[in-house]
Design a protein around this ligand. Sequence first.
Ligand code: FE
Length: 201
Amino acid sequence: MSDILETGGEQLLAALRHVLEGKGIATTDEIQERMAVTDAANPGQGARMVAKAWVDPAYRRAMLQDGAAAAEAIGIPMRGMPPLGVLENTPETHHLVVCTLCSCYPRAVLGYPPFWFKSAAYRARAVRDPRGLLAEFGTLIAPDRKLRVIDSTADYRWMVLPMRPAGTEGSSESELASLVREGDMIGVTVPAMRALQGEKR
Ligand code: FE
């Protein structure tokens, strides 16, 4: 084992793939497919789910019940991924997602996590001082509003369904999707009308 660890990361990865294939856990094709799906994933996919949930009550219910199935329903490949839970923000409760242990993230839906999601500072402060952390993202949570911090794990990933911004009553589903940013689905920010008015995100 020590000679494997002394080599570079790519060789370690090759050795791991060799073992997975040898034991019949995953084929080369399956690994390649998963890598391609993960590389292609991006926050726009989650934004499409959010926008659809805002305009389609049946989809919203399905999404809150089973996020992975709701993702699959609009063509986001979830095969082989851990379950996806969806946390709905309401006037009473705001949700914030963190992986306190490492960087567990719904990559199949949102793509690779932002760099700060993996940082020790984010992981610690999300638990110790979530309101202070959110304030640094420009997100002020009223003192009487409940703030729930949810730990994403290797076995269960989470995303946030933010509240639909006021003033978007006449917006189309694709316009709504363009308002939703990566951080809105982690809970560090909330979507606002500004993107529709042409302001840079
Ligand atoms: Fe993790």
